[in-house]
Design a protein around this ligand. Structure first.
Ligand SMILES: Cc1cc2nc3c(=O)[nH]c(=O)nc-3n(C[C@H](O)[C@H](O)[C@H](O)COP(=O)(O)OP(=O)(O)OC[C@H]3O[C@@H](n4cnc5c(N)ncnc54)[C@H](O)[C@@H]3O)c2cc1C
Length: 475
């Protein structure tokens, strides 16, 4: 064996079998490769393309949109993923308008339901709730609807942030404690917390693993949204039409069915390896995959320790959505609202009004969150559907035999999402967020989790814009 060959073999053995394969050619396929065709990655690619850069987007799935997923087979295309485009979503609204998409306001429909309260296996009339023995709300909140509505009022009352952007100021570190510690300090019992924070939980899996600072930010940010315009917009035909239109403009720069499994970077560029054995070169790379799936990508050299630690540790919210159709409007028979707040596996049940006519209920949606979602996710789709229907029917005998599962989506089970959005645990925001918005050599980070000033879709685009600007400066 020649000496050079031997050296190559020895080096390969030392690096181990899982080392990324070397690519034969060093020529760059593109100026920038973007991993992930959600709205964040697509926005980065669009902005860079507008500036004359050659871009390539690698998407794991057979469709674009990621956490924007519209169930188009169902009446009115309800959203399995991202739902509402709020007043202050400047980037999202601007891109939608420029692409000729129509936005419909659903705000009026959202607020018209008066959900029933179902706790401990019984439906409790609203009039009986304030004095009901199962009402565990703190004394001054007994009149409130169970769940996070009263919690949000308490957050607003004690929110120390003068503006939403203050959440990221060093001084705000002092407020970064668990929701549990915050509520206990404000007199909530363990029972009140379990019933009115952790049931149908808004953020995290328990009051212990969610930072109250994220709520201070969220409530201040929510106010900005409604102050700008009190709307809850949705793209006509489904929100997924937005990433689809963005991808269409990028043309063949977007490659589907390309799960990225490995990334190698050097001083001159990045080499990206996909599961199907294909590989691509570029001068720069943007990681716009969600934080969970980044765990399954091998980086060579390894990412900076703080970034690698964040990818490993930062939790994401778990939500499973089950969509039902009803053969008859059974709520007219039992006189109750189809919408219910329950402490069962059926979670929070909402009435969908997706048709032009606001009065028509087009179906039911069950939102199952946190640990309940995790437990439901141990079942198959069919078993989960049967369980949530049986839980709902126990409370609503009039619905018996009339319900059918027509849609199901577990976001935690989706290997290319691994949850719905980033959910900072106490102490993580200031430790990790500055690292996640910083380039690591030739790698730049986008995606909803890498945003400083927004939430949801607007956060995804904000992070995508930042990554594009960083790269434009370097190209
Ligand atoms: C149930 C639910 C409700 C929501 N409600 C709202 C709401 O009402 N309002 C709001 O503003 N936001 C909401 N959101 C959040 C919003 O949908 C997201 O913030 C936004 O869509 C994220 O965009 P993104 O581009 O950062 O990530 P994604 O949309 O997740 O895109 C990332 C892409 O990367 C791909 N990918 C992952 N791993 C790899 C890999 N290894 N190789 C190649 N590609 C990969 C994925 O397939 C995906 O297409 C909700 C989300 C969910 C799930």
């Amino acid at each position: 064996m020649r000496r050079r060959q031997l050296m190559r073999l020895t080096t390969a053995a030392m690096l181990g079998a899982s080392t990324l394969p070397r690519r034969a050619t060093a020529a760059a396929d593109a100026d920038v490769i973007v991993i992930g065709a959600g709205i964040s990655g697509l926005y980065t690619a669009s902005l860079l393309k507008e500036q004359g850069a050659k871009v390539r987007v690698l998407e794991a799935k057979s469709h674009v949109g990621g956490r924007l997923l519209s169930l188009r087979k169902l009446d009115g295309a309800p959203e399995a993923g991202g739902d509402s485009i709020l007043g202050g979503y400047g980037r999202v609204r601007d891109v939608a308008v420029k692409l000729g998409l129509k936005l419909i306001d659903y705000e009026q429909r959202r607020s018209r339901e008066k959900p029933e309260i179902a706790i401990g296996g019984q439906v409790i009339p609203r009039t009986a709730w304030p004095t009901h023995p199962l009402n565990l709300l703190p004394t001054d909140g007994k009149q409130e609807f169970p769940g996070r509505r009263y919690f949000e009022k308490v957050v607003d009352q004690h929110n120390p942030l003068a503006s939403a952007s203050d959440w990221f100021e060093p001084a705000s570190k002092a407020y970064d404690e668990s929701v549990y510690a915050f509520l206990r300090r404000h007199g909530w019992s363990d029972g009140a917390i379990a019933q009115n924070y952790e049931t149908n939980i808004g953020r995290g899996t328990s009051a212990h693993d969610c930072s109250i600072l994220t709520w201070f930010f969220r409530r201040a940010w929510d106010k900005v949204q409604t102050d700008i315009e009190n709307v809850a917009l949705k793209v006509s035909g489904g929100n997924q039409s937005l990433p689809e239109a963005m991808a269409a403009k990028l043309g063949d720069a977007v490659l589907l069915n390309r799960p990225v499994v490995g990334v190698r970077t050097s001083n001159t560029g990045a080499e990206v390896h996909c599961q199907d054995g294909s590989s691509y070169n570029a001068k720069f790379l943007v990681c716009a995959a969600p934080i969970g799936p980044l765990r399954s990508i091998r980086f060579d050299p390894a990412l900076p320790p703080a970034v690698a630690k964040a990818i490993r540790l930062v939790p994401t919210m778990m939500i499973t959505k089950v969509f039902l159709s009803a053969r008859k409007p059974f709520w007219e028979a039992d006189g109750l609202s189809p919408a219910m707040w329950t402490d069962t596996f059926a979670g929070e049940i909402g009435a969908l009004r997706q048709a032009e006519d606001n009065d028509r209920v087009t179906g039911l949606i069950m939102r199952i969150r946190g640990f309940t979602s995790q437990r439901l996710d141990t079942l198959s789709e069919q078993e989960a559907g049967a369980l949530v229907i049986s839980e709902y029917q126990k409370l609503r005998p009039a619905a018996k035999g009339l319900l059918e599962v027509v849609g199901y989506k577990s976001w935690a089970k989706d290997p290319y999402a691994r949850g719905t959005w980033v959910e900072w645990a106490p102490g993580q925001i200031h430790e990790f967020l500055p690292e996640l918005v910083k380039p690591a050599g030739r790698i730049h980070f986008a995606g909803e989790h890498a945003s400083l000033a927004n939430r949801g879709m607007e956060a995804a685009m904000e992070a995508g814009e930042r990554a594009a600007i960083e790269i434009m400066d370097r190209l």
